[in-house]
Write a protein that binds this ligand. Structure first.
Ligand code: TRP
Length: 336
């Protein structure tokens, strides 16, 4: 009999938000797709994290479904991965409570994301914003996760998850797998098309600054045409010229061509030609995603079936971990 080495487990999650951009796609979603063949992947729509800021209930519900659809349209394959909605697996909330009793107030106070968000959200500095990292630790630790692919802004959250796991394991006995962050390749930081020193953001008030995954071909081409560059009109990678450098990086992501190949291709040609080529390559890439998205986003039965299977598969793993934890902390077992 062939013995297959057990694959490592990857866990990642994303909040359900509308209007994802090519920055989200190239920086995060594409990684999820690339990892699914090599690892046991568990991907989650983190709706519980989303309510740490005010949400319109009907919109949150719709966006949860749309987020599932967009991930699938981008190539996340529900046959290969476990794809589920966080609130549909109550073990996340349950483990989160136990972990919060093993997390120090001081540790949470030092989280930079809490400091930033509470400074920005002065009207709603709720306790969930404060304990957000504990819920995230629960997400990760429930699944014996080896690796967590995250962006730089989330590194501190992985560290605190490790601290919590370590503390629990030494206070009781080895229970949780120690997760590590999975660093994906650099160079996928996509910048604004209007202010190329800033990261591309879906919440930018100027829609010319970003390309939404659902923008029409005409809009995409128009936005690249209007992308801010310098007056040198030279298609050459140069960090001192962030506008053209961002476009070269994008064109490379869309086409797989190297920087050197791109510089050669556009040698002696102006920005006009280049911007059109970038726009077309982007629209070509998004064409398939958009068609697939349109096919499935209104197929509630299909998406709900995936959700159901996903939460069942996730629950099987999560409740095994939770049962161990409940036993170790001394909770009285359910009388049968
Ligand atoms: N906090 C993450 C974000 O906003 C989303 C998230 C929730 C997550 N739980 C997670 C990411 C667990 C990785 C692992 O992007």
């Amino acid at each position: 009999m062939e013995t297959e080495a057990k694959k490592q487990t990857i866990f990642s999650a994303a909040q359900p938000s509308g209007n994802l951009t090519i920055g989200n796609y190239l920086g995060a979603i594409k990684n999820w797709v690339d990892l699914q063949d090599k690892f046991d992947c568990i991907y989650c729509v983190a709706d519980m994290h989303a309510i740490t800021v005010k949400q319109e209930p009907a919109l949150l519900r719709r966006r949860t479904l749309e987020t599932m659809a967009i991930y699938i349209a981008c190539g996340v394959d529900p046959e290969k991965v476990v794809l589920f909605v966080q609130s549909q697996v109550p073990a996340h909330a349950e483990l989160s409570w136990v972990l919060s009793c093993n997390t120090m107030f001081g540790e949470l106070s030092r989280m930079t994301q809490f400091k930033d968000k509470s400074a920005k959200n002065t009207g709603n500095v709720n306790a969930g914003l404060f304990t957000y990292p504990v819920l995230m630790a629960a997400d990760i630790l429930l699944y014996n996760t080896d690796l967590v692919p995250v962006g730089a802004d989330q590194k501190q959250h992985i560290e605190i998850a490790r601290t919590i796991a370590q503390r629990f394991n030494s206070a009781y006995s080895p229970t949780f797998t120690m997760p590590r962050e999975y660093v994906t390749k650099e160079g996928t930081k996509i910048m604004s098309l209007q202010e190329p020193e800033k990261k591309m953001s879906k919440s930018d008030p100027n829609p010319l600054a970003y390309i939404s995954l659902l923008d029409s071909r005409d809009d995409i081409i128009k936005k690249f045409k209007k992308a801010v560059t310098d007056c040198e009109a030279l298609v050459k990678y140069d960090e001192a010229r962030p506008g053209i450098t961002n476009l070269i990086n994008l064109y490379s992501c869309f086409t797989g061509k190297t920087v050197a190949e791109i510089e050669r291709e556009f040698d002696g040609r102006g920005y006009g030609d280049f911007k059109l080529a970038v726009g077309e390559a982007c629209a070509d890439m998004l064409d398939g995603v958009q068609n697939r998205y349109k096919e499935i986003v209104d197929d509630k039965a299909y998406l709900e079936d995936i959700m159901k299977k996903g939460s069942e598969a996730a629950s099987r793993i999560a409740y095994k971990t939770l049962a161990k934890v409940y036993r170790k902390v001394g909770f009285y077992p359910q009388p049968r």
